[in-house]
Write a protein that binds this ligand. Sequence first.
Ligand code: ADP
Ligand code: ADP
Ligand code: ZN
Length: 214
Amino acid sequence: MNIILLGPPGAGKGTQSARLVENHGMKQLSTGDMLRAAVKAGTPVGLKAKAVMDAGELVSDEIVSELIDAELEALGSDTGAIFDGYPRTEAQAGSLDEILAKHGRTLDHVIELAVDVDALVERITGRFSCAECGALYHDTANAPAKEGVCDSCGSTEFKRRPDDNEETVRTRMEEYRAKTAPILPGYEARNIVTRVDGMADIDAVTGSIEAILT
Ligand code: ADP
Ligand code: ADP
Ligand code: ZN
């Protein structure tokens, strides 16, 4: 099974990917996570990407498609892939088709997480994650059960992304509208798109996605 989770920043792609990984043993392929790891490690890709990410703009198609190709190369053919935050442009969508074909995979579902624009800023400015295990939280909608302690690993260290501020979020939303939303019609023509109400609570969204996968 190979699926794309598509939606604007803050739609819930990372949150839902984590659940699919846990429930189905799939592998999450998040270009955002890969790029943040490259920035942290100071690799050539990271050095190139940092300023672009801080501005909320899109990193080059070649860079992200190469990251995806390398991850799929390393992934066992029995393990399903969840594409989270990729593809984000028509060029990337074309590359993904080629990369999947090369690895003998086909795209089963594109799941569109539909969310009100107004909710996105609130979601993103309230987002934080565990510094130890990466579990995702939100100040109000999804806080740890015990304040200051990660539900998953017990760590008390958390972090916020430098690009999760209101100004950058607006640029990221505009990039989504201008460059990413236009890839949907191509997938719709292939009859593989299902729209899910991303405004529902986190468990309900998971339920809708599970219904698509079974
Ligand atoms: P979010 O989950 O909030 O949408 P991501 O973690 O997916 O954000 O991406 C963070 C940043 O990394 C983006 O704003 C962009 O600069 C860069 N990025 C991630 N994925 C891609 C991609 N597929 N193409 C171009 N840039 C990307
Ligand atoms: P994306 O990967 O699409 O950028 P995330 O999964 O990181 O989005 O979610 C953004 C923020 O919104 C996080 O703080 C997360 O805890 C919260 N969130 C995710 N899904 C929901 C939901 N259905 N309702 C309310 N808050 C949510
Ligand atoms: Zn943790």
